[in-house]
Design a protein around this ligand. Sequence first.
Ligand code: NAD
Length: 394
Amino acid sequence: MPKQILILGAGYGGVLAAMSARKHLTPAEASITIVNRYSTHQIITELHRLAGGTIAEGAVALPLNKLLGSKDINIVVDGVKDIKPNEKQVVLESGAVHKYDQLVVALGSETNYFGIPGLEENSLVLKSAADANKIRAHVEDRLNAYKKSGSKADATIVVGGGGLTGVELVGEFADKLPEICRAKGIDYNDLDIYCVEAGPNILPMLPKPLIERSVESLTKRGIKFVTGVAITEATKNTVSLKDGRTIESNTIIWTGGVKGNPIVGSCGLAEDRGRSTVTQTLQSTSHPEVFLAGDCAVVFPEGGDRPYPPTAQLAWQMGELVGYNLAAQLRGGAMDKFNPVFSGTLASLGRKDGVGQIGGNGTQLKGFPASMMKEASNIRYLSHIHGLFSLVAH
Ligand code: NAD
């Protein structure tokens, strides 16, 4: 009888774990099932482009049945309701119960609202293709309303958070909204597009020259940065700032941070502030038959005291290792330790501009080379996931 491998989540960690496990294990050795809320694998690092309207949904939402369906991987489109690690069972939102021999938890992260009053109810987020579509439609609706009413709140967009998500999103707005405004007969200069960052700088993970370059490039294209001031409250049409200011806006988009998935944090797997703790081989520290990949795990470098950041490139590498280690555990062989390769950080500032720091020596890139590099890293990912299947064991 083949062993049952159950994978929760079809983001970077889950899809790569499924592909890698299938590469190392034949169907006679293991049956692999992947559960995901959506029927697509979403390239979430490109969602800002869908929200801005630069690309179509098909470019960021790849049907799982095309990607995995013909490869002896079962796909279940459902939400995960509960993980019962002591019973080796997972309960889905539909009520279905799946038993497993080995489990991979790759459920990603959730938006963190930090308890800021009114924020969750009154803001949009950018965590899925559906969210990105909602942002695009909402912005267009408000512009149409502005054309009719002339209300300033309809011509004001507030993006909360100046991390990579917030900055890449305002970069798309700066590129695309002039064109959209022109088509609607609205003067782009009537719009106020704010990016509010609580910390002293946007993009704190990048060196100062690249931060300055980003601010300069985006300010020139109409983005207003407010830094060193936190958002403290939101209503349907206002954003309150810590310095006492209030911005009237009917479009509030929150990109202020992420937290571990609450199902994972409360299910009985050992955890640290809501994210599962793992060994160097990416097994749960409490349940060795459970492996973790992506943002829902907290992973420390061996001997280090600062965890790795929750990035797509790490989720991808974790997923690949988990697939290998599932096979090793199943056959009683030695598992490998997680030893990630950092390719760097790249941020797009619209279609033709970007900044980034790459390679071991931290080479700084700006302008077209940075945006080309970002494009290339997306293409590299897509060709990697498609190419992996030529190696699948049958
Ligand atoms: P983040 O946590 O990196 O950034 C959130 C920002 O919001 C922070 O700078 C924080 O200071 C700010 N903030 C928090 N509370 C605030 C408040 N009350 N008012 C105003 N600002 C506030 O979150 P993110 O940008 O969504 O990124 C999440 C993860 O995803 C990161 O690890 C990031 O590296 C990764 N990511 C990578 C890319 C890329 O590689 N291009 C793109 C998007 C996200």
